[in-house]
Ligand binder design. Sequence first.
Ligand code: HMG
Length: 390
Amino acid sequence: MKVGIDRIGFYTSKWYVDMAKLAKARNEEPGKYLIGIGQSKQSVIPNSQDAVTMAANAADQIIDDRNRDQIDLVLFGTESGVDNSKSAAIYLQHLLQLRSNIQSVELKQACYAMTAGIQLAKDHVLAHPESKVLVIGSDIARYGLHSAGEPTQGGGAMAMIISANPKILTIEEPSAHYTADIMDFWRPLYATQAVVDGKYSSQEYIDFFDRTLTEYQAKTQTKLSDLQAIVFHLPYTKMGLKALKSVLSKTDDRHATQLLREFEYSRIFSREVGNLYTGSLYLSLLSLLVNSENLKSGQKIGLFSYGSGAEGEFYVTTLQPGFETAIGGDKVKHLLEDREELSITEYEAMFNSQMPLSADDFTTHTQIDSAKFYLAGQKDQQRQYQRRKV
Ligand code: HMG
């Protein structure tokens, strides 16, 4: 039985900051952010959006009356969780009006958690062929104003339906994994922003890519030239380019040029949004599917997933007939084109206006946010999630 990605949804906030202007404000050459980091714009997330509401806004695009009642499992990958006990998946299940007789669970392993969700969903569908699984990756990437990580912030959510006979991509067996206990990036319970050893994390990312790709090739006898494209987790788009360049000597010049060309398509959306953490690899996949003019059904796409701490996985997917009509590319383009630019002062004010980690009641700036699902604030220590009637 073929199992894989049947539908893909994406959401990010309607505000962004221009990276050339941010570079100037930080006394850096614009080239450092635009070329050296590889980012043109960065999504700025208002205090009326969190991991739950962004997930709901992404999932809302791929759930309708035909598939709503077939979803029997929700797997919510995030490292921006809103509670140490109650799963973000339960809030989501309620907001999306999914059935009650289903399983809903949150998964955590830094940016790797959505991939874990996809692979668990695949096994669930293999055991229950009628099932459809909703898999989420939703995060806000925050390092702090004036920090080295600031140009690699961002935020948003990816949502997928994993099912039998998928319309977009099948997920092939096997995968290659590599896990090691390293301190490249983490967020202690007392912190709202990540602690990161940026240079070390970038080296480890490439090492994990090399290890998982090598193991995958040894397990499957796959040659690089069997892959039409490789898509990467993109904490910043130059990171994926560095990893790709590290293996190009293993293929011929014509294929190396093809992989570089397809990579450029895969980084278009991330360049405009920044790091989504769990969802980043899948925004890069969506960008390739929407923007590349070279894709055909039957072609294979390699995926490299990396989550700090750290876990890496390399696996391969196969494009399905008619995938072009199933991806909904125009919606994504409109979402990105219709955003509003913030000045650096406005961005800093929005960044600093997040709901504090406190028991006090709080009201968010819902009047400026037109998204269908939003966080109205906190009352009596309970998060107040709302669905706008549109
Ligand atoms: P930095 O130290 O300020 O930057 O921070 P830099 O000095 O290394 O410069 C960056 C690049 O710009 C360099 O290129 C410069 O040469 C170039 P490279 O040597 O890397 O090829 N440059 C210029 N290029 C053109 N014109 C110019 C110019 N000036 C300089 N004028 C760093 C960079 C990425 C370290 C920082 O932003 C950071 O710490 N980011 C956060 C950590 C991160 O994203 N790590 C990635 C791997 S870990 C990961 O992917 C997991 C993660 O998503 C979390 C999770 O799993 O949950 C982060």
